[in-house]
Design a protein. Structure first.
Length: 264
């Protein structure tokens, strides 16, 4: 970490996360995510990271927290375990139309109300997952630095209400259009593709079985179906290299061998 990034840029990143008692698993995880994932990346972009429980200045902690939530250049919220304090603090940030990033432990379910936002899922004990999380965070920060507008359900609703109560008929018409556009967006917005670590882990396992010669050609029937993609089928065929040749590779339908006749 750099000595004092804030002295160079003046940008501040405030991190909200579940804390837990000292020495607890919750505190240990939050410390590791803050130290090894969030801080190095945001410092690379010129932000000074700070966490609520690490604020050194005197004063009422709640007032200081709200000040950070309202005024920090960036807020990173770790939603792991759906901690109520974190969601309260995140709601304040959502209301001020300023940049934020959501992060959560891999394997946990993002709550419905914020499922429309990109959320970085990370297993802090898996180095590949940590690397991927840092790359995703960098991508989000590049988008933020480009000046992309910040929109949340809170700010959207406020804008919509202001337009609906406007005396200008054109403004009220814009409110109608906004609602229609939002409804359409739900249907046409593509789902962002992200590496599925469960699938990657299973593929690595199958590849190792193939390399060790522990696959049989009969296993292909379980890995390839009429519903799997061509890319998946090609990957299976590559993984089957080295498979046991006596593992009864099924002949094409209508082949020369009867079901009970060996292929030799």
């Amino acid at each position: 970490m750099s000595d004092d990034p804030k002295s160079r840029s003046g940008k501040e990143c405030f991190v909200v996360c579940p804390i837990g008692p000292a020495g607890s698993d919750i505190r240990k995880r939050s410390d590791q995510v803050y130290r090894h994932i969030i801080s190095p990346v945001v410092e690379e972009f010129g932000y000074s990271p700070q966490r609520g429980d690490l604020i050194e200045q005197s004063g009422q902690i709640t007032t200081q927290l709200i000040d950070k939530l309202l005024n920090a250049d960036l807020v990173v919220a770790d939603l792991t375990d759906q901690n109520p304090n974190v969601f309260y603090e995140l709601a304040i940030r959502h209301a001020v139309r300023k940049p934020f990033v959501h992060l959560m432990a891999h394997g946990q379910i993002v709550p419905f109300d914020i499922r429309g936002f990109r959320t970085i899922l990370v297993n802090h004990r898996d180095l590949d997952s940590v690397f991927e999380a840092k790359e995703q965070l960098k991508g989000m920060l590049r988008t933020i630095e480009s000046g992309a507008p910040v929109e949340t359900p809170v700010t959207y609703t406020i804008d919509l209400q202001q337009l609906r109560h406007s005396e200008n008929s054109e403004a009220r018409g814009i409110a109608d259009i906004m609602e229609e556009m939002r409804a359409i967006k739900k249907y046409v917005q593509p789902t962002r593709r992200r590496p599925n670590m469960d699938l990657i882990t299973l593929r690595r396992f199958v590849e190792r079985l193939g390399e060790a010669g522990r696959l049989q050609w009969a296993d292909r029937d379980f890995l390839v179906t009429s519903e799997t993609t061509k890319a998946h089928d090609e990957w299976v065929d590559k993984a089957m290299i080295g498979a046991d040749p006596w593992g009864a590779a099924p002949p094409p339908s209508g082949g020369a061998f009867a079901d009970d006749e060996p292929p030799f």
